[in-house]
Design a protein around this ligand. Structure first.
Ligand SMILES: Cc1cc2nc3c(=O)[nH]c(=O)nc-3n(C[C@H](O)[C@H](O)[C@H](O)COP(=O)(O)OP(=O)(O)OC[C@H]3O[C@@H](n4cnc5c(N)ncnc54)[C@H](O)[C@@H]3O)c2cc1C
Length: 367
């Protein structure tokens, strides 16, 4: 029997479905493509309580309150996923270096670490940087080493799908959800390309697709923000840690020697094409940071779309229709806060005590 329909099988939908199935609920997950194949697949997979570059700041204090405990949940999650799915998501705690390109940036980073009480950080003066990260340019003003690492998002989707299926989640792929069906103020199910599915609870986890679902109240004010990405073969260069600059780009070393460079932040609708300007900026800025990348072969390029909410905070909780829940709109930083977001919406659905105050993320803040 279906107790709950989850619309969308990205990191939010998969973790939410997994959580609800483990709580004994009958869960049906509807995905228009392949689970984990949307924005989650396109992501750089940086996991850090301090977010990814300046963009995470836009979510303010409420964003921080979601990210910090969620980061702690990440420390155990990869082992749990391996146990449940038999798959390794290549989660590595490399540490993250926040690079200061000049004295102004140095002051800004150091100030932020103090005022936001980041704790557990280490300032590395320029003369020590070659020992920490030999490939870095030699003209930097220093770097702050903070907690964090990254996960191979291309493995995350398949592993979570496997974990969900083994937990009893019924996953239907190539099914496009079109409309939320309600009777009065109560949700009844979802109209899809494969017919109607009924359940007393529906959770919208459709990323940028959340804005297109007819009948949802609120209609999530989510805009796609395009990010152009490049993967280089950097085996010979050996970047050790996640490297972040204040205004992007960031550089993320995967376990197989691939280096992920990201990303532009553009509003271009859902046009998935790369641009000459985007790529030349990304490659040029990355080469300035790690000069040896000039010779690195390009392995792959792609674009992804951040599900950006107008107030930069996600929608987590029940909307204006009884039984219609949301876990979506996480924008540029959605991988780090995903475990807590899924736990939060699941607690609100099952009526258990939420781990943090859900009010700042309440979907009812929108009409
Ligand atoms: C270039 C880039 C780099 C990023 N880097 C990072 C990072 O380093 N760290 C970090 O924390 N975050 C990062 N993010 C953000 C993060 O990737 C997202 O916030 C997160 O993946 C959103 O997950 P989601 O499950 O909400 O969306 P998605 O992964 O897009 O999942 C939504 C799913 O719903 C499905 N769907 C949509 N519409 C429908 C429909 N009508 N019917 C059925 N199914 C539907 C889609 O096919 C998709 O599978 C990055 C994003 C981008 C674009």
């Amino acid at each position: 029997m279906t107790d709950i329909i989850v619309v969308g099988g990205g990191i939010m939908g998969l973790l939410t479905a997994r959580e609800l199935a483990r709580a004994g609920r009958g869960v049906l997950l509807l995905e228009k493509g392949q689970p984990g194949g949307g924005t989650t697949w396109a992501s750089a997979g940086i996991i850090s309580p301090h977010g990814s570059s300046g963009a995470a700041d836009l979510a303010g204090e409420a964003g921080t309150r979601l990210r910090h405990p969620s980061y702690d949940m990440w420390l155990d999650l990869p082992d749990a996923i391996r146990e449940e799915s038999g798959m390794d998501v290549e989660f590595r705690l490399t540490g993250v270096l926040l690079l200061a390109l000049n004295e102004d940036e140095k002051r800004g980073i150091q100030e932020k670490a103090v005022t936001r009480q980041w704790g557990d950080t280490e300032w590395i003066e320029p003369e020590r940087l070659p020992g920490e990260e030999p490939a870095l340019a030699t003209n930097l003003a220093g770097a702050l080493l903070v907690k964090g690492g990254n996960v191979e998002v291309r493995r995350l989707g398949p592993a979570l799908e496997m974990a969900c299926r083994r937990a009893g989640v019924d996953i239907r792929t190539a099914v496009v959800s079109q409309e939320i069906i309600a009777a009065g103020d109560r949700v009844r199910g979802v109209r899809t390309s494969a017919g109607d599915f009924e359940a007393p609870v529906v959770v919208i986890c459709a990323g940028i697709g959340s804005a297109h679902l007819a009948g949802a109240r609120p209609a999530p004010p989510i805009t796609p923000q395009r990010g152009q990405m490049v993967a280089l073969d950097a085996r010979g260069i050996g970047v050790r840690r996640v490297l972040m600059t204040v205004n992007d780009p960031y550089l993320v070393p995967r376990t197989d020697g691939k280096l992920i460079l990201g990303a532009t932040r553009e509003f271009a609708g859902e046009d998935p094409r790369l641009t000459a300007g985007g790529l030349s900026w990304l490659l040029g800025a990355a080469i300035e940071t790690v000069p040896a990348l000039r010779e690195a072969p390009i392995l792959e390029t792609w674009t992804g779309f951040r599900p950006l909410c107008t107030d930069y905070l996600p929608l987590i909780g029940e909307g204006h229709i009884q039984g219609l829940f949301f876990c979506t709109g996480h924008g540029p930083t959605g991988i780090t806060p995903a475990p807590l977001s899924a736990a939060l919406v699941s607690a609100l659905i099952t009526g258990t005590e939420p781990a943090i105050d859900p009010v700042p993320y309440d979907p009812k803040r929108f009409d």
